[in-house]
Ligand binder design. Structure first.
Ligand code: GDP
Ligand code: MG
Length: 163
């Protein structure tokens, strides 16, 4: 079975955008029952001949704040249970959010391999601009633009290095 990489993070950080870019195609699944086109959340990817499965854990997260946190926790727990490796996506434009710290703690305690990735860095930046994100306590932080594909190569090299 191919290694499974899960993308986790708050709503709107760019999980689906990254997922679609890594799949290299935007084929949506059409729900047979309702005829509604939904985002596809599962697929296979290939990086320089290294194949892996990819899951976007996004899906529906309720607006209400108490349900919001438990829904996020559930998604991260699912990723920890099922994935071999996790992409933890954060939003450069929105900055660090309390929920991000909760996710970071869950991932740290899980012992699972994970990559902290700041999305929406659309232009080259000074490393200093990322300093607030180091608060979550991790050695290496990647910065990418899922929209343009900026800096995705280095991240993929590292994610697939032991696949
Ligand atoms: P999700 O809720 O985590 O799946 O986030 P989406 O993939 O739906 O993206 C949320 C919004 O952020 C959309 O309007 C995207 O176009 C935008 N977005 C995603 N990636 C980037 C990026 O790299 N740069 C910028 N500027 N916007 C992005
Ligand atoms: Mg999404």
């Amino acid at each position: 079975k191919l290694p499974l990489v899960a993308i986790v993070g708050r709503p709107n950080v760019g999980k689906s955008t990254l997922f679609n870019r890594l799949l290299g195609k935007r084929d949506a699944i059409v729900d047979d029952v309702s005829g509604v086109t939904r985002d596809r959340n599962y697929g296979e990817s290939d990086w320089s001949g290294k194949k892996f499965r990819l899951i976007d854990t996004g899906g529906y997260v309720p607006e209400s704040s108490d349900l919001f946190e438990s829904a996020i926790r559930e998604q991260v727990e699912t990723a920890i249970d099922e994935a071999d490796s996790i992409i933890f996506l954060l939003d450069f434009k929105a900055g660090l959010n309390p929920i991000d710290k909760i996710i970071a703690n869950m991932l740290r305690q899980s012992g699972k391999k994970y990559f902290v990735v700041i999305n929406k860095v659309d232009n080259e930046i000074q490393k200093q601009a990322l300093s607030e994100f180091y608060e979550i306590g991790v050695d290496k932080i990647y910065n990418i633009s899922a929209l343009s594909g900026r800096q995705l190569g280095d991240l993929l090299d590292d994610i697939t290095s032991d696949f």
